[in-house]
Write a protein that binds this ligand. Structure first.
Ligand SMILES: *[C@@H]1O[C@H](CO)[C@@H](O)[C@H](O)[C@H]1NC(C)=O
Ligand SMILES: *[C@@H]1O[C@H](CO)[C@@H](O)[C@H](O)[C@H]1NC(C)=O
Ligand SMILES: *[C@@H]1O[C@H](CO)[C@@H](O)[C@H](O)[C@H]1NC(C)=O
Ligand SMILES: *[C@@H]1O[C@H](CO)[C@@H](O)[C@H](O)[C@H]1NC(C)=O
Ligand SMILES: [Zn+2]
Length: 957
């Protein structure tokens, strides 16, 4: 599944860190439940086959469905009870019959447990091992909750409302559509039949087997009968009843469905989808069509996750499947391709081989995250996705996993809320990054052969990480010359990465006299060394490699050494004391690297020479991300870290800039109330100006894909850091659009809209704001709706913002509930002053907000989002006052509210520790910018430099 937070990557340029904290906080806002309660089904009964018949009543004002299920089960141990999952459905108890060989077994009573979602059949006499059949009739609700079997709607171009019924079962909602054994390892076959009006279509995982004529018992609806599926988990079952249409390949085995008005936007998904599916077929060596003869993808107007990998019927948010040329942004297009790749990777990693239990969710989501970019890269070869993976997933994973509240990749979970909570940065981005590390230390061939073996061994079954390690080990042993050192055992290595939370900081301390380096490991904590009371000894098996100024080995990603978990440090010898070394080539190992100040100094100086390009682009991004996070956490002085960013005046590549923008986002938030804020803006603007000038405000037909992404963030940053040319240009473009005669014909290129709308709106009046709001209401294209919604919060006018926030919690505002929370985020991330506006709104309207969202939960996550931006003691006090005053009404949100206070307090104490150093460095730097540049200091090693350039060029070939 693609979670929506996961897809906010890069959507709001300056909101990256807010998104990360939101995704991490997902987990802290759910309280752990009592583990004494056993949420697992008993193991005495195994489902074999479900026959499910459904009649959805989609007529306005009804929204129920009738269901009938026959479950063939095998009782494996004598038992007097059978326990199934059911939730939010009304079982007609009188219809329940259990038979075996035409003998009916008397049920003495039935009980239902609301906490466990258990429906228990108690039998008068024990059932002996053998095959039984359970028949149940029930009625359910097609709710608007976007869970289970639910309803969605759209409006036709002629203004008519049309309803559809669709499903979202992962992780625990299949039980809301039919009684079932709702655990991922309890695989069974499914035969599904659905009744619907003749002008509607029903689709499901399997292909259609047959259809019936009008059935008079259900008002002359017709039946669609589907073929029986292979063995699969309940959470992957799906069905949709709609009046949608599709585009497809020639034999109609690959279809993309959408409401008919949007049908012309499905073309890209048809093309790129088939290519990605073919690539995954090739990579895995297992043909998708062995499981299902067709693949359907469908764009659902109301969808809580980003997309869902239901086997053979993948469901998406509209903006993640529908592509409109000229209107969709480059980011939209990339998201569509990568999300398709994510869901298609799941057809193997998740669907064919499922996790034995949710504890191993990462076996799904880690691989899906990995292939999201690496499979798309085989199809869209010019997009530089390998570079983007690092900044989109790897760096955020490092950040999230450096919190004390992080958790191991293998995390014990029991209750539905615990299960939901691990759909987070750790299971997705960290696992994906650790998988990438594995690919590099095993080498591509062993990695692929091992994964193929894993899929073959576990096909149609349920796996644990040990099954994966075993297959990889076999593949490695079978390889004639594996790159893995013989003393390294894959399970031993990987257990340190998946069973421990956190990750190592590798510290390289050079002895410039003996030309040796001592390399040590410790757990990296964002709050700094010694900030944790946790006495667990965290140690990892760490693949090590490096490049040095004399040996520019930036393409060799295989490890040259390992730090073992029993090693506190290792010593490596032989480096020229006058030259830099850089560890973790292409940042493939999941760790940060720190150096002594001298080596950092040599790196910073070298980056400022024209030879900087010799350092691999991913390592340039690494140097920025590592140094500034090390400084943020107190492992490195800001006066050593900040000079790494000086060279950005000559950086033209996307990844280092993306890393820098993330780092600057944090500083921009924290320094908002500081005396050094103007210097900060001057410094950042001076770094951004050269690339801003070279990329300009106009799209060129010669632009690379990534250049378009880059231009947007560069322009946004230039404006925010105070460039008047930038701001004036944005205002001019927006006003031109505002006064154009035909608002449907915008001349602003799609990729620059987020910049023009946001920056243009800052000082704009109500009528310009209303104009864009009208565009939101008028556009039928979801990608553009999202873009406008996230720009509308950029206004600096309190009345406009309050009006906007009020719209987001009014039921008839035309903002779909899947999008409402992004309104609040767009306001408080737009500027420091907007934080107070959003906070005031929350304080004054918390009752309405909680009523709109059906509970206090949302208040908790809003408070946390705001708290991460609290930078003054007044703001902190107001937050505390609110939480104290309202502690009785906050209810379930009280824990997250208290965590919000902690977050805010951490910001304040961080400022006490670091603000002065940063402000001092910035002041000196800004003073130097204003003076004529003295280039003498950079010339010292010019001879060596020229030498390295020539070596470097050879190195690149
Ligand atoms: C069911 O679980 C119990 C307790 O873990 C175990 O003793 C028993 O062998 C299991 N039975 C089957 C059939 O797997
Ligand atoms: C929905 O429609 C079905 C079939 O007409 C009917 O049996 C049922 O009572 C209706 N339910 C509601 C809540 O209107
Ligand atoms: C069960 O009864 C049906 C109908 O009476 C009959 O066709 C079928 O053969 C019986 N099955 C068994 C296993 O006795
Ligand atoms: C069926 O029985 C369960 C358990 O006693 C009960 O909770 C439920 O309300 C009953 N369903 C209906 C529709 O009466
Ligand atoms: Zn997924």
């Amino acid at each position: 599944m693609e979670y929506s937070w996961h897809l906010l990557v890069g959507l709001v340029v300056v909101a990256i860190s807010a998104v990360t904290s939101e995704s991490v906080n997902r987990r802290s806002s759910t309280s752990r439940v009592d583990n004494d309660v056993d949420y697992r089904l008993p193991n005495n009964t195994i489902p074999l086959h479900y026959d499910i018949r459904l009649v959805p009543f989609l007529e306005n004002g009804n929204f129920t469905f009738g269901g009938e299920v026959t479950i063939d089960v095998m009782v494996v141990e004598q038992t007097s009870t059978i326990v199934l999952h059911a939730y939010d459905i009304d079982i007609d108890n009188d219809t329940v019959v259990v038979t075996s060989d035409n003998v009916t077994y008397a049920i003495s009573n039935k009980t239902f447990n609301t906490d466990l979602h258990f429906y228990t059949l108690n039998f008068a006499t024990s059932l002996e091992p053998g095959n039984y059949s359970i028949y149940i009739e029930y009625v359910g609700i097609l709710s608007a909750s976007m869970e289970g079997f639910y309803r969605s709607y759209y409006t036709t171009s002629s203004g008519e409302t049309r309803w559809l019924a669709t499903t979202q079962f992962e992780p625990v909602y299949a039980r809301q559509a039919f009684p079932c054994f709702d655990e991922p390892a309890l695989k069974a076959r499914f035969t599904i039949s659905i009744a619907h009006w003749p002008n509607q279509t029903a689709i499901s995982n399997a292909a259609v087997a047959s259809t019936s004529g009008a059935d008079s018992t259900i008002e002359n609806r017709v039946w669609t009968y589907f073929e029986t599926t292979p063995l699969m988990s309940t959470y992957l079952v799906a069905f949709v009843v709609s009046d949608f249409e599709y585009q497809s390949n020639d034999d109609e085995s690959f279809r993309v469905w959408a409401r008919s008005d949007a049908l012309n936007t499905t073309t890209y998904a048809v093309t790129v989808g088939q290519e990605i599916l073919a690539d995954m077929n090739d990579f895995t060596g297992i043909d998708y069509n062995l499981s299902f003869s067709k693949m359907d993808q469908i764009a659902i107007p109301d969808f809580s996750a980003g997309a869902m990998e239901n086997w053979g019927l993948v469901t998406y948010r509209e903006r993640l499947l529908l592509y409109k040329d000229g209107v969709a942004t480059t980011r939209n297009k990339q998201n569509i391709a990568t999300v398709i790749a994510h869901e298609f990777a799941h057809q193997w990693f998740g669907n064919l081989v499922s996790p034995l239990w949710w504890k191993y969710l990462w076996l799904n989501e880690g691989f899906a995250t990995y292939f999201e970019y690496y499979s798309t890269a085989t199809v869209e070869t010019t997009w530089r996705l390998a570079e983007q993976f690092t900044v989109d997933y790897y760096h955020p994973a490092l950040l999230a996993d450096s919190l004390e509240t992080s958790h191991p990749i293998n995390e014990d979970v029991y209750s539905p809320s615990e299960i939901n909570a691990i759909f987070d940065t750790i299971s997705y981005s960290k696992a994906g990054s650790v998988i990438r590390m594995m690919q590099h230390f095993l080498g591509g061939p062993v990695f692929q052969a091992g994964l193929q073996l894993y899929l073959q061994n576990m096909a149609y079954g349920a796996a644990t990480p040990d099954d994966l390690w075993e297959a990889l080990t076999t593949a490695n042993t079978n390889m004639s010359s594996p790159i893995l050192h013989t003393h390294v055992d894959i399970k031993t290595v990987m257990d340190t990465w998946v069973n421990q939370k956190g990750y190592p900081l590798v510290t390289v301390t050079r002895n410039y006299t003996t030309a040796t380096q001592e390399i040590s490991q410790e757990r990296f904590l964002l709050k700094g060394r010694g900030s944790s009371n946790d006495t667990t000894e965290y140690k990892w098996w760490i693949p090590i490699n490096f490049a040095s100024q004399a040996n520019i080995a930036f393409t060799a990603t295989a490890p040259s050494d390992w730090i073992r978990s029993q090693d506190d440090s290792v010593v490596i010898s032989g480096f020229s004391p006058t030259q830099w070394v850089i560890y973790n080539v292409q940042q493939t190992g999941f760790y940060r690297v720190n150096y002594d100040d001298t080596n950092w100094g040599m790196i910073s100086s070298y980056l400022q020479t024209s030879a900087y390009i010799i350092i691999n682009v991913l390592n340039r991004a690494q140097l920025i991300d590592d140094s500034l996070n090390l400084a943020r956490a107190g492992y490195l002085n800001y006066s050593v870290a900040l000079p790494v960013t000086r060279y950005l005046t000559q950086e033209t590549s996307y990844a280092p800039w993306a890393a820098a923008f993330t780092a600057f986002t944090y500083l921009n938030t924290m320094l908002a109330n500081s005396t050094g804020y103007e210097d900060f803006k001057t410094y950042v603007l001076s770094r951004v100006t050269p690339i801003h000038e070279s990329l300009g405000h106009e799209e060129l037909s010669s632009d690379e894909h990534i250049t378009k992404l880059h231009r947007l963030s560069v322009n946004s940053w230039a404006c925010r850091m105070g460039s008047t040319t930038c701001r004036e240009k944005a205002e001019e473009l927006l006003l031109d659009y505002y006064s154009s005669s035909d608002p449907t014909d915008s001349t602003i290129s799609a990729d620059l809209k987020a910049w023009v709308y946001c920056e243009g709106l800052r000082n704009a009046n109500t009528s310009v704001w209303n104009f864009l709001w009208e565009r939101y209401l008028a556009t039928d294209f979801s990608g553009e709706q999202t873009l406008i919604l996230s720009s509308l919060g950029c206004s600096q006018d309190e009345d406009i913002l309050n009006n906007y926030l009020a719209l987001s919690i009014s039921t008839n505002s035309s903002i779909r509930s899947q999008d409402t929370s992004s309104v609040f985020t767009s306001v408080y991330t737009a500027s420091p002053s907007n934080v107070d506006v959003a906070f005031n709104f929350l304080v004054n309207n918390y009752e309405e907000i909680s009523e709109f969202y059906g509970g206090m939960n949302r208040i908790g996550s809003m408070l946390q989002g705001l708290a991460s931006r609290v930078v003054s003691s007044e703001q902190l006090q107001r937050l505390k006052d609110f939480v104290e005053e309202k502690q009785d009404v906050l209810g379930v949100a009280l824990t997250s509210a208290q965590q919000a206070i902690e977050l805010a307090e951490e910001n304040i104490s961080w400022l006490e520790n670091y603000e002065a150093d940063i402000v001092e460095w910035l002041a000196e730097e800004v003073a130097a910018i204003d003076e004529p540049q003295d280039s003498g200091s950079e010339r010292v090693s010019f001879g060596i430099l020229l030498m390295t350039i020539s070596i470097g060029v050879i190195g690149f070939i």
